[in-house]
Design a protein around this ligand. Structure first.
Ligand code: GUN
Length: 291
């Protein structure tokens, strides 16, 4: 049997339509939701991500600001710009595209963003709030995955979840969100022994390692839901995930494709967080928690 495809493009279109309506409602009250994106350096993948984020904002009726700095910029310049954006009441969300060049203290940069505008949910205060089960902003990729699981009616209570990858951006927040839904969560990483032993136990398998096609069909439990967060390029330059789609789809019950799976949902949830930040300002509750 071939797996059901969880279509991130279709779900994104649906959610973005709802967000555009909310953005229009806010605009009619004189507030245009605005995202500021900062890109340092010329990493081509990062440049594409930021371009897509900014374009998605405009399409949903939100405003965006894009600041691009050369790879050798003095970090003080970026800190000064973040301070300016923090103080600007017309800016509701701020993101600094990661990774930053090596001469940057990335943690310090993330901490310099106002927690009320931290639409990536990477500020330590927001990470702590998520860990306490009271999130202010849910990091966009795990947030998108949760929406995909919900739309596909995947049962979560008591489900065995295995996450491959322990990053701050995906693996760790993903674990917190699934734990909050009463899943039993295992996080695997590069030093895990016998990865396939773990992945074969998973009712829900989340691959977020950044290695092309490393999860193959024989590592998947029959009928499992497979979420592929990876965005890699193969030797021909074609986009592919962390999961070997062709072998996995013969075993899994449901699977997200790459492209057209988690990627579009990440951007959609960034829009959702930016809109949420603007709505909180409009309601006089900028410190509010995520819905
Ligand atoms: N780099 C890879 N993913 C992300 C993300 O979700 N946000 C930011 N700011 N940088 C990233």
């Amino acid at each position: 049997m071939t797996a059901r495809i969880i279509d991130g493009i279709a779900l994104s279109a649906e959610v973005r339509g709802q967000l555009a309506e909310r953005a229009a409602a806010l605009k009619s009250k004189g507030i245009t939701p605005c995202l500021a994106a900062i890109l340092v350096g010329e990493d081509p993948a990062s440049a594409v991500y930021v371009r897509n984020k900014v374009a998605a904002c405009e399409k949903a009726g939100m405003r965006s600001i894009k600041d691009v700095y050369s790879v050798d910029v003095d970090p003080a310049v970026v800190f000064a710009r973040i301070a300016e954006l923090n103080a600007d009441p017309a800016v509701h969300g701020i993101l600094v595209q990661l990774p930053l060049p090596k001469h940057f203290d990335s943690a310090a940069v993330l901490e310099s963003i106002s927690p009320e505008k931290d639409v990536d949910g990477f500020h330590a205060e927001n990470v702590g709030a998520l860990m306490q089960g009271n999130p202010r902003f849910i990091p966009c990729t795990p947030y998108g995955v949760m929406k995909m699981l919900e739309s596909a009616n995947v049962p979560l209570k008591g489900a065995e979840v295995v996450i491959v990858g322990r990053s701050n951006i995906v693996g760790k927040p993903m674990a917190m969100l699934l734990l909050a839904k009463s899943c039993t969560v295992t996080i695997c990483h590069s030093q895990s022994k016998d990865l396939a032993f773990h992945t074969r136990r998973a009712d829900i398998l989340v691959a977020a390692v950044g290695r092309a096609k490393m999860i193959t069909g024989d590592m998947i439990k029959p009928g499992a839901t497979v979420i592929d967060v990876g965005i890699n390029r193969n030797s021909e330059g074609k986009l592919c995930g962390d999961v070997d789609f062709d072998s996995a789809k013969e075993v899994a019950g449901a699977i997200t494709p790459v492209p057209g799976g988690v990627g579009p949902m990440t951007i959609t949830m960034l829009l959702a967080n930016t809109l949420e930040a603007a709505e909180r300002v409009a309601a006089g509750n900028a410190k509010g928690v995520a819905k």
